[in-house]
Ligand binder design. Structure first.
Ligand code: FAD
Length: 363
């Protein structure tokens, strides 16, 4: 995965926002693969929106692409509004739960559904899964194997380079019905169509009305409990703070190289053990974050809690970007970039999108 800022910006050149609408659900469709950079705060949904609009595409031709960007902003707004409530069943209790573990076949990529197994194998190598495969995997775990969504979601978040707990937890809950009104199912026909496979006679080779009576298939019966821990990096040298300069805090969700680029400041990549204990990430995800941070001039790594860092920075003014995981920070909080900055609590995406779209079309 590339981490150099100028190469990341070049990825914008490769976008195919018009073809996106008809191809995005296919495993080889014209998806952007920008999520690792959007999730890490290197670029914003607003940057991407402005870029495609500046290219002169008429709004109606790229509406689907913009709508998907809006999903990300929407899940973030819910995270801000609901806080840690998103860590448990948000709107409804997940029904039919038989365990709070994860099917071993998912972890091993041996579900017997070829397209899913290949995607899990790739996932461990690349840290990315296509959206449709994420939905298939979540549906298998929650709606077929009857696992509660939380542990499988944490497993996925752990390995995703685009790990974003808002999009992750809320999408899992959307699939299993705890944040939506119905469960999401995909049968083998659907998987074959979108993944270009021809598999037959699997436990998913059924009609949709048969899902209600589907027993947990033997392939998904064995379960695992997993303990996910974050390999924290070692600090090789003490950080140096000039207290006459402001201190800018970067973290897992803010690695924006453009942020206050023209000011002379202490720039700190803050890795708080408490955050990564609650929301663990893999070694690859940690390395990806650190590599991305190298786009930020003279950034220094600090592994420790904000309150400890605060003692070192002394009188230096602290600046940070708003995020639900930054509740313990204090100093000057700045807004993130949004396509549609609204603090209202929308109860459904489509209500949000209606207003968001009107707003965007007037830009
Ligand atoms: C179970 C499950 C877990 C998920 N976990 C994450 C996660 O941890 N982090 C994450 O960034 N996304 C997550 N998503 C949303 C979505 O799958 C990814 O954002 C998308 O696949 C990223 O690929 P892309 O950049 O090629 O997206 P594209 O299809 O090219 O879309 C462009 C951008 O729009 C946004 N976007 C697109 N689809 C969605 C969506 N359904 N929800 C929210 N934003 C979207 C992303 O920022 C994405 O980069 C999850 C979805 C599901 C179903």
């Amino acid at each position: 995965m590339i981490t150099d800022y100028s190469q990341i910006l070049q990825k914008l050149e490769q976008l195919k926002p018009v073809k996106y609408a008809n191809t995005r659900n296919f495993i080889n469709g014209d998806v952007s693969k920008l999520s690792p950079y959007i999730s890490r705060g290197v670029i914003s949904t607003l940057d991407v929106f402005k870029y495609v609009i500046a290219k002169g595409y008429p709004f109606y031709k790229i509406e689907k692409f913009i709508q998907e960007l809006a999903w990300r902003d929407y899940w973030q707004q819910i995270w801000i509004n609901k806080g840690t409530l998103i860590n448990s069943d948000l709107k409804n209790k997940q029904l039919g739960v038989k365990n709070y573990l994860i099917p071993k076949a998912i972890i091993d990529g041996k579900t017997s559904i070829k397209a899913i197994d290949v995607s899990i194998e790739d996932f461990y190598k690349n840290g990315y899964i296509h959206n449709h495969l994420r939905m298939y995997i979540a549906s298998l775990c929650c709606n077929v194997a009857k696992s509660h969504w939380k542990l499988p979601a944490q497993w996925m978040y752990y390995y995703l380079l685009d790990g974003d707990w808002g999009s992750n937890a809320l999408s899992w809950q959307w699939v299993c019905g705890s944040n939506s009104h119905k469960l999401y199912y995909a049968n083998q026909n659907n998987i074959n169509k979108y993944c270009h496979t021809t598999q037959k006679n699997t436990f998913l080779d059924i009609e949709y009305n048969q899902f209600n009576d589907l027993n947990i298939p033997k392939e998904l019966i064995e379960l695992e409990d997993i303990i996910l821990t974050t390999p924290l990096p070692k600090m090789t040298k003490e950080i140096i703070i000039d207290i006459n300069k402001p201190t800018l805090i970067y973290n897992f969700y803010n690695l924006d190289p453009k942020w206050k680029i023209n000011i002379d400041a202490n720039r700190i990549l803050l890795i708080e053990p408490s955050v990564f204990e609650n929301y663990p990430i893999s070694k690859k995800s940690m390395e990806f974050m650190i590599d991305l941070s190298k786009n930020i001039n003279s950034i220094q790594l600090y592994v420790g809690e904000f309150k400890e860092l605060k003692k070192i920075t002394k009188e230096s003014n602290i600046y940070f970007k708003e995020h639900p995981l930054n509740k313990e920070y204090f100093g000057y909080e700045e807004s993130r970039d949004w396509m549609f900055p609204s603090k209202e609590n929308y109860n459904s995406f489509f209500k949000y999108w209606k207003i968001c779209k009107k707003n965007l079309m007037s830009i």
